[in-house]
Design a binder for this molecule. Structure first.
Ligand SMILES: NC(=O)c1ccc[n+]([C@@H]2O[C@H](COP(=O)([O-])OP(=O)(O)OC[C@H]3O[C@@H](n4cnc5c(N)ncnc54)[C@H](O)[C@@H]3O)[C@@H](O)[C@H]2O)c1
Length: 303
């Protein structure tokens, strides 16, 4: 577990950079947009709804992230992309498991919009971003927005929890390959943050005098994730954190920052360091053998 100090001055100037922020017109996305533009970046706010306020150097392009055609048109309008923040997300119906019957008494298909927006939307963003970044040939940064729910999936929004585990899986599945093309992928897992998404729980938090994260704090963690550097890398599959091959500094990659009330904690490193505890030491050694077969030996091409 690594506690981080993240502030405005942790983020360098981003003049000339183009960022796309999905869901960039409200809440965490809007805060992220403002931080990016304050550092000199140009931002495309890819959102269904218009911006809550005007932000200089940021343009709203009406986008539905659950539609390939819509997202594709937004990337075309942006022209290039150096930083993509896949932030748009919805909570979905808290009563998803309640039965609804049609006129002949058959169970009605439940809404799957959480999957469409929070998983398919993020996956399509990643696909388009990588395609653009490869063509541009100058690397890039992908930041996914997961949720603190991946540390403790509450029962109230099961599809939402599942979707954020999928986002975490995308981070873990891509972090060892994209970096070879100088494309980083990271995630931020916000704690409960004061936005319209959590309007329903605001009175309960207020009654207990319990603060929520601010969208600005989460935005700082997001932009930091796109630009920071690290002293050692997330271990390559088939190796251990202490192996020399992992002690290489470079761009911040494959990491997740949990935000909570102004605290910022990187959680992937300690998660991986505990792998032998989840499965037991013997199985852990066997897993490393299989990982090396599955991924191939640790050659320069895999670094
Ligand atoms: N607020 C929290 O407590 C909290 C906690 C953990 C994670 N998150 C995550 O942070 C992200 C941002 O949430 P927020 O709290 O800022 O929410 P928000 O509701 O304030 O803002 C979300 C924005 O996304 C847009 N959007 C929704 N569906 C869209 C679609 N299909 N296409 C394009 N844009 C769409 C909305 O119009 C809105 O502007 C989400 O992924 C959410 O799951 C939020």
């Amino acid at each position: 577990m690594t506690e981080l100090h993240i502030a405005e001055d942790s983020i360098p100037r981003l003049d000339g950079k183009v960022a796309i922020v999905t869901g960039g017109c409200a809440g965490i996305g809007l805060a992220t947009t403002k931080i990016l533009t304050s550092k000199g970046a140009t931002v495309i706010m890819a959102d269904l709804a218009p911006p809550a306020e005007t932000v200089e150097s940021a343009t709203w392009v009406k986008t539905d992230v659950s539609s390939w055609d819509s997202l594709k048109a937004t990337f075309k309008a942006a022209g290039r992309v150096d930083i993509i923040v896949a932030n748009a997300g919805i909570l979905g119906d808290p009563n998803w498991l309640d039965d609804r019957l049609d006129e002949i008494g058959e169970l009605v298909k439940p809404s799957m919009s959480v999957i469409d927006v929070n998983i398919a939307g993020v996956a399509m963003c990643v696909k388009l971003a990588v395609s653009y970044m490869r063509k541009q040939g100058s690397g890039g940064s992908i930041v996914l927005v997961a949720s603190g729910i991946v540390y403790e999936p509450g029962a109230k929004v099961p599809l939402y929890a599942a979707s954020k585990f999928a986002v975490t899986g995308m981070l873990r599945g891509l972090r060892q390959s994209l970096i070879n093309e100088d494309i980083t992928i990271n995630a931020v897992a916000p704690g409960v943050t004061s936005t319209q998404l959590v309007n329903s729980v605001k009175p309960a938090f207020a009654a207990k005098n319990e603060p929520m994260d601010t969208p600005h704090d989460v935005g700082l963690a997001i932009v930091y994730s796109a630009v920071a550097r690290e002293q050692s890398r997330i271990p390559i599959p088939g190796t251990s954190p202490e192996d020399a091959v992992n002690k290489r500094s470079g761009r911040w990659n494959g990491r997740m920052i949990h935000t909570l009330k102004g605290m910022f904690t990187e959680t992937e490193e300690s998660f991986l360091a505990l792998k032998d505890m989840w499965v037991g030491e013997k199985a852990f050694q066997e897993m490393k053998t299989q990982e090396l077969i599955f991924h191939g030996p640790v050659t320069p091409a895999r670094l």
